[in-house]
Design a binder for this molecule. Structure first.
Ligand code: SAM
Length: 281
């Protein structure tokens, strides 16, 4: 996969894309990331990238010329029309608080493309003609306003790179992670991995522990050390459901739960009622 990032702060990316899985994926040639300085595509001696908004109002707006010029200089980017057609393998994305919210489903969709261009806005945003005529989608990394698109671009690059086959040493581990929907859209148990693990099926991941088994009196749940794969898998599924119920109940409304999950959820709710009763007694 080839990723180009268009920004007025190219140095921003020194660091975030140079560690861990992204670094390894770059070194292995699984992903090629190029950073482009928008100021190199200005024509005046002050290298001006912004201007006041038509109609008045606060702040400055990123001008269209450097962004159009930079994208056109890349040469091998398909036309907007081609990128919007079904099965297209390229996308030009404008980072924007007003865009579709980035999530694991979109990360998986983007990780299957060959070519991605990320346009980072700054100031009050970019000239609207970028989203109308140049980008094929707008993406937000959350419902808050950042000072620029660079952090969002780094987030997107990280999330999609780890989904490229070969980027993560044990690819099966990405299937059990939080939010990852199984291909069947169900929370079924994984069949080709260790039998004590379960896919998240769109829920939050189950809790993980490592050595020491007793750290300052905080002990690892006994069930994880008894070697009984069925019991471990059952405990993991139950704790993943409990954590999702506690922290992200909205996810439970979106996934299709198995009969076993429903049974575990009932147990969790009963446990909660018993706990609440015991604390009021
Ligand atoms: N005036 C804009 C608004 O109210 O929606 C906010 C502009 S923001 C200060 C400047 C740039 O930061 C945006 O053009 C965009 O590229 C980036 N940005 C801000 N929040 C973002 C978010 N939640 N997700 C992705 N990019 C964001």
């Amino acid at each position: 996969m080839k990723i180009d990032i268009l920004t007025i702060f190219p140095d921003f990316f020194r660091g975030p894309l140079d560690y861990g899985i992204v670094r390894r994926a770059r070194e292995m040639g699984l992903v090629e990331i190029n950073i482009h300085d928008l100021r190199a595509f200005t024509k005046d001696r002050h290298r001006t990238v912004d201007d006041r908004p038509f109609g008045g109002g606060e702040g400055m707006v990123l001008k269209p010329e450097p962004i159009f010029g930079c994208l056109e200089s890349l040469g091998d980017v398909a036309s907007r029309e081609a990128r919007l057609s079904p099965g297209a393998k390229q996308s030009v994305i404008l980072l924007s608080a007003q865009g579709r919210r980035f999530d694991q489903t979109l990360a998986a969709e983007l990780s299957a493309l060959d070519r991605i261009v990320l346009i980072c806005g700054r100031y009050e945003g970019v000239d609207e003609r970028i989203s109308e005529h140049l980008a094929d989608r707008e993406v937000s990394i959350g419902d808050y306003v950042l000072s620029g698109g660079e952090l969002g671009a780094a987030v997107i690059v990280d999330a999609i790179t780890r989904l490229i086959p070969g980027a993560v040493g044990n690819q099966a581990s990405t299937r059990q992670e939080s939010f990852t929907e199984s291909s069947a859209g169900q929370a079924e148990l994984v069949v080709d991995g260790p039998s004590s693990t379960c896919v998240s099926g769109g829920l939050l991941d189950y809790p993980h522990y490592t050595r020491p088994a007793d750290f300052r009196g905080m002990v690892v749940p006994e069930v994880l050390m008894n070697g009984n794969h069925d019991q471990i898998r059952n405990w993991r599924r139950k704790t993943a459901l409990a954590k999702t119920l506690r922290n992200r109940p909205d996810l439970l409304e979106r996934v299709v739960l198995t009969a076993e999950d429903e049974e575990l959820l009932n147990q969790i709710k009963l446990d909660q009622i018993k706990l609440a009763q015991s604390t009021t007694d």
